[in-house]
Design a protein around this ligand. Sequence first.
Ligand code: NAD
Length: 289
Amino acid sequence: MKIAFIGLGNMGGGMATNLVKAGHEVRAFDLAEPALAAARENGCETFTDAKEAVAGAEAVVSMLPNGGIVKVVFENDVIGHAPEGAILLDCSTIDVATAREVIAAAEEAGYAMVDAPVSGGIAAAAGGTLTFMVGGSEQAFQRAEPILQAMGKAVIHAGDAGNGQAAKICNNMLLAIQMIGTCEAFTMAQKLGLDPQTFYDISSVSSGQCWSMTSYCPVPGVGPQSPSDNGYQGGFATALMLKDLRLAMEAAETAGSPTPLGAHAKELYEAFATENGGLDFSAIIKTLR
Ligand code: NAD
């Protein structure tokens, strides 16, 4: 299949390469020349104009920084330039309202389109083990699924347009709250005289157990290998968690849904990100010590 790929950064670079490995003809575009050079090395055909990349493509996949950019790229370079009948997939993490707006514009012009944000970081993008949460019609999902399968380990239909983004920000808001709670519990346990490993052994088989504890423990040397064992390098950057929390708070306001803990988590990550945006989000434990 001829697939245009727009946005070949940390995530998109690996995803486009996995489409090549799956036998697709990938027509790649990015504003940055080094990203294009890497894509060429990995078997993509590269273009210096997005409109040329999407011309002749049966599918267009994007992995871009934010909703403003997604809207401009789709409105200016994809809609009306990709062949009629092409399936469009935006895998970026963006706000729900923009996702719905762009999909409505694409559908009005006769395209099928889904929002398909991902869970999993750069390693999962490179390894083809992302989880995709997909919003869009049943028919659009059926067409998008095989393309996404080539880049991930799970592809889940979340419902109508924008529901992929809704699932992503609700999940990440919960993750942020859970991580801060885990950090508080471990710090307090230690201050009360408990050994962190002993607290882990107890809580990981008790009712406080959660993913932030048993898969991604913020305390070095406790639980399976995680960024805390590597000086909080790699993993999921604090700046990206903050981005998702901001999107979650915007969506909460639009939906009129109360999120007191989500709002507080956003404030804590906002303060932490000013000097630590590049550290893994579990490093927020440092603010409690
Ligand atoms: P990145 O900054 O590494 O890559 C973005 C790429 O888009 C860059 O190469 C940039 O040059 C390109 N770009 C920007 N504007 C463009 C335009 N108008 N036309 C074409 N290309 C353009 O970002 P990333 O880490 O790859 O993240 C991409 C998306 O994935 C974001 O929405 C992010 O929130 C989401 N995400 C990232 C991670 C992660 O761990 N990095 C995890 C889950 C989701």
